[in-house]
Design a binder for this molecule. Sequence first.
Ligand SMILES: [Zn+2]
Length: 310
Amino acid sequence: MANEPVRQREQTAGRDLSYPAPPEPLPVPVYDNHTHLEISDGEHPLSLSEQLDRAVSVGVQGVIQVGGDRETSRWSAEAAASEPRMLAAVAIHPNEAPDYEQAGTLDDALAEISELAGRPRVVAIGETGLDFFRTGPEGLAAQYRSFEAHIEIAKQNGLALQIHDRNAHAEVIATLLRVGAPERTVFHCFSGDAEMAAICAEHGWYLSFAGNVTFKNAGMLRSALAAAPRELLLVETDAPFLTPAPFRGRPNAPYLLPHTLRAMANHLETDVAMLATQISTTTERVYGRWDAEPVVPAPAAPSVSLGGFQ
Ligand SMILES: [Zn+2]
């Protein structure tokens, strides 16, 4: 059953594990275009339906659920198939690619992503890209091979591409230009500066901002935000990670996205409703509408016989 989280966030000592109170609802609904609801977090983890109910109650009307390996990509595609508030993105994360390569299973994994790409309500290939922070030089060949294969899968299926770029700005851009970027290419959790925002603008690539744009030390990100064309902006949570200020370190969830959107509007000196309207329009331009493909009812949960385990 693709109903409940299948992974747990690694816990670091001293974190406050309580979920923050819901923010004031947004005046205009938006979408969270990058989240990981397959990962549970917090002292009292939220179920999938609690996550989505809370999100909708504050104006986050839909999410894109993002996988990072075979299991979570399958989970994402299956969960989105029966959930009207969810679409899916599927990929092998750049930090997972070297492990698959080493095990001799990267080609099988890529074949599975390619198969999942054709499923209903799978609207993006991601997250894929390059990560020079967590992966050392020995893993780079696998990362490049995987990234290029994902770009190809996105183009073959006419899907958007969600890029994970950590400490690899120049190399990600060079790869996109060398092999040709998909028509709709999104830098998830944009982490570049104003100069990189200008390069994205030149190529019509989208910049998706996450909770870290609210951090005190994120002046560079805010300059990039201000430099980016408004029609290329997206917003995401990357939950359960990157909880926006003032709740940094606590569990993150799509219902906390209004904090990030309000901080963006504040920095751009624009009206929250206006920015939300524009981002919603852009989100639907990139991924399509959430009701574009019908949902199929989830298979019934296996019945538990008396005396069965709970
Ligand atoms: Zn992510």
